[in-house]
Design a protein around this ligand. Structure first.
Ligand SMILES: Nc1ncnc2c1ncn2[C@@H]1O[C@H](COP(=O)(O)OP(=O)(O)OP(=O)(O)O)[C@@H](O)[C@H]1O
Ligand SMILES: [Mg+2]
Length: 250
């Protein structure tokens, strides 16, 4: 499974989901690669020391460095990371006009595919070339939607991009599911938003809902996944159960 975690809306829980889903897969002894396509490098930071990174996914895209050369192992035995660096932000400008630009990630992932059972891609909050690379390379897409009043704003654009990618470069791309994040199940608004999301995405919405949780918010600062940082928290239980649903559906 090559799973892209995408939503062009910022701050909806893409990185938190990518980190903890990748960790959950690794904890189930699946060799997993987390590819960080976000110039802010938040998922990389959770598992590797950025000061030790010489080459990043940027060099893979722009300087033809083999992906295998940027992959780092982590403290979790079955988890590896392909880290990002701020230079990724300049990528679009460097790659415009190159005909194979949307296919670079796909081509590079092929070269390491036999080493990993699962690949999780954390996308930036935009529908630009990086996200398109992820959608072209992916077998499946997971869309995190934040439980908020404007939850569904912008999903039309995302669905349109997915359709375009399906028409040509990647007809196999499947929406694996939509996960509701930062949910507050105690409020009427929270329940209302969940119903709204279900109306639009139907049974694509995962049964598992990720609650708003201080532990989840804190864990990246301690450079840990929720499973080692707060193994008894609701966040750990929920991401573990999301992982089970993901594996059932894939
Ligand atoms: N379930 C949660 N409960 C509380 N806080 C959360 C939860 N999930 C994520 N957060 C926090 O919300 C913020 C945004 O989350 P995250 O970075 O995962 O979103 P993102 O979609 O990757 O953002 P960006 O679009 O900027 O890449 C972060 O500070 C994160 O720690
Ligand atoms: Mg992010």
């Amino acid at each position: 499974m090559i799973l892209a975690i995408a939503n062009q809306k910022g701050g909806v829980g893409k990185t938190t989901t990518a980190i903890n889903l990748a960790a959950a897969l690794a904890l189930r002894n699946k060799d997993t690669l987390l590819v960080d396509l976000d110039p802010q490098a938040n998922s990389s930071m959770s598992f590797v020391d950025l000061r030790e990174i010489e080459k990043s996914v940027y060099d893979v895209f722009v300087n033809n460095v083999p992906l295998a050369d940027v992959i780092k192992s982590t403290a979790l035995p079955h988890l590896s990371v392909a880290p990002a660096r701020i230079a990724l932000a300049k990528l679009e400008a460097r790659m415009t006009g190159e005909l194979d630009a949307p296919f670079r990630l796909k081509d590079q992932l092929r070269t390491v595919a036999d080493r990993f059972q699962h690949i999780v891609i954390d996308c930036p909050p935009a529908l630009g070339l990086l996200t398109v690379n992820a959608l072209v390379a992916a077998t499946h897409l997971l869309i995190p939607i934040q439980s908020s009043y404007f939850a569904l704003e912008g999903t039309d654009d995302l669905l349109e991009t997915i359709e375009k990618v399906r028409q040509r470069p990647n007809p196999e791309l499947r929406i694996l599911g939509v996960v509701i994040t930062m949910h507050d199940r105690r409020t009427a608004l929270g329940r209302d938003i969940r119903a709204q999301i279900k109306k639009v995405f139907g049974d694509k919405v995962f049964r598992t809902v990720i609650s708003k949780s201080v532990r989840l918010e804190e864990s990246p600062a301690y450079r840990e996944s929720i499973f080692t940082f707060a193994p008894d928290s609701s966040g750990a239980t929920e991401y573990y159960s999301l992982c089970e649903e993901v594996m059932d559906r894939a």
